[in-house]
Design a protein around this ligand. Structure first.
Ligand code: HEM
Length: 426
């Protein structure tokens, strides 16, 4: 069996984690070109690691061989969120998924619709009010936070502003711990980001447990009555679901959507009138600008990916940005072409991995879909928009969540909805 191209390097000195974190996209691009292969090896997190940048490799990793390439139970996510389905494997993971998926589908999801509509209206209605260009990423993050805390915790910004603010701040502090080194150091007058994050987690857990004990309504009520493996499981998962990661990912997609359609009134009008076209626009947005760079697994036994051997205990990372630009599947991979999804790539949504893929894909996909469509429709129905100033540096950063490194500003103009010909004034 052919060896993975590249070099697994020597322990510590051969580690390339820093180079990867600085710029994961050019890290992969450089090596894809050097090795002329979209699957290669390198040492990251001080472990020999296979990088998967092709559609075929991603499908094999996440679907066909999902019982060989497993989640890492020692992942930083476990440190931050405790034992959740994200880092478990086997039967336990299956059972947790089975229980928790019910909260994000069917009648539970339908019951969320009115709240989703009202939160979009409340957070997006004033985008043109000041007459000044808006920092869209911040506005969308606020929208995502109101959505998450309202839906999952029954805490609504307009009803309980102080509690909302407290939880939002705690979630942000907690999140900062995820991206700071896991060193739990605390000395007088100084504490590392990680230990501050742990304090935030403890306070969040108090609030969450109180909710689970006393709220019988909505998502919290349903979660509290699910058959879960132990008494802390509901609270650990609720901590995960309200993580600051989710509003950031939603804001990432909405920002990319507004940027992709800014200065293209024709595409906006078409997206407003034709739900199928809006669907293809959103597929293309997540293809080009996936919020998360990818995911990681560990090889539980010797195996292969794309015909290359992957030894037991190797790490494996799939890079959604590179998978989505695999020229074998996506012609003109760097171009924004929504039409591809009704033409050559019709029916190939399963070649994307912005929400993972296979049996461990995201359980929030349907909820995200409903939410994104609602928010995009609100914007399309009510606004015309363009970059202001017209020339801005839109270079993306990809970690921890993708977005233009310099937050872009956009000017919104209310559409005059009394005009039947749809000719707006801006
Ligand atoms: C734009 C928003 C979101 C994005 C881009 C996203 C992305 C992802 C991705 C890429 C994975 C797979 C990770 C891997 O392969 O290792 C994943 C898994 C997961 N997501 Fe999401 N997600 C989003 C929103 C949500 C929401 C709203 C929830 C629930 C509140 C959620 C819950 C989960 C869970 C529990 C898993 C783990 C599933 C498992 O391991 O079996 N996500 N998500």
């Amino acid at each position: 069996m052919a060896k993975l191209p590249g070099n697994a390097g020597v322990s510590v000195l051969g580690d390339k984690s820093l180079e990867f974190y600085r710029d994961p996209v050019s890290f992969c691009q450089k090596r894809i070109e050097k090795h002329r292969s979209r699957v290669f090896q390198c040492r990251v997190l001080n472990r020999p690691t296979a990088f998967v940048c092709s559609v075929q490799g991603m499908r094999e990793l996440l679907c066909d061989k999902s019982n060989v390439f497993l989640k890492d139970p020692t992942d930083l996510m476990t440190n931050m969120y405790g034992d959740t389905m994200v880092t478990t494997n086997g039967e336990e993971a299956c059972l947790l998924r089975l229980s928790l998926t019910s909260l994000f589908t069917g009648s539970c999801l339908n019951e969320s619709n009115d709240y989703i509509t009202s939160v979009c209206e409340r957070c997006l209605k004033d985008l043109s009010l000041s007459g000044q260009p808006q920092c869209v990423y911040s506005a969308f993050k606020r929208l995502g936070t109101e959505l998450v805390l309202g839906l999952f915790m029954n805490v609504r910004a307009e009803e309980q502003p102080e509690l909302f603010q407290e939880i939002m701040q705690l979630c942000t502090q907690h999140w900062h711990g995820l991206i700071s080194a896991p060193v739990n150091v605390k000395v007088p007058l100084w504490s590392s980001g990680f230990s501050t994050a742990m304090e935030a987690r403890d306070r969040l857990m108090e609030i969450i447990k109180d909710k689970l004990e006393n709220d019988t309504q909505g998502f919290v009520g349903s979660l509290g009555s699910l058959p879960l493996p132990d008494s802390s499981s509901a609270s650990q998962h609720l901590l995960l679901f309200i993580s600051a990661l989710i509003p950031k990912a939603l804001a990432s997609l909405l920002t990319s959507f507004t940027l992709a359609l800014s200065g293209n009134r024709q595409a906006r009008r078409r997206a407003l009138e034709d739900p199928d076209y809006l669907h293809t626009v959103l597929l293309e947005v997540q293809r080009l600008w996936p919020p998360f760079i990818g995911g990681r697994r560990i090889a539980d036994q010797d195996s292969t990916l794309a015909g290359l051997s992957v030894p037991k205990d190797y790490g494996v990372i799939y890079i959604s940005h590179s998978v989505h630009r695999d020229p074998e599947v996506f012609q003109e991979p760097d171009n924004f072409l929504p039409e591809r999804w009704s033409g050559r790539n019709a029916g190939q949504e399963h070649f994307l991995c912005s929400f993972g893929n296979g049996p461990r894909s995201c359980i929030g996909t349907k909820l995200n879909d409903v939410f994104l469509k609602e928010a995009c429709m609100y914007l399309l129905k009510n606004y015309d928009w363009c970059l202001d100033p017209p020339s801005q540096d839109l270079e993306y950063k990809w970690l921890p969540v993708s977005r233009p490194a310099n937050p872009p500003t956009i000017a919104f103009t209310r559409l005059d909805r009394t005009r039947s010909d749809g000719s707006d004034t801006s």
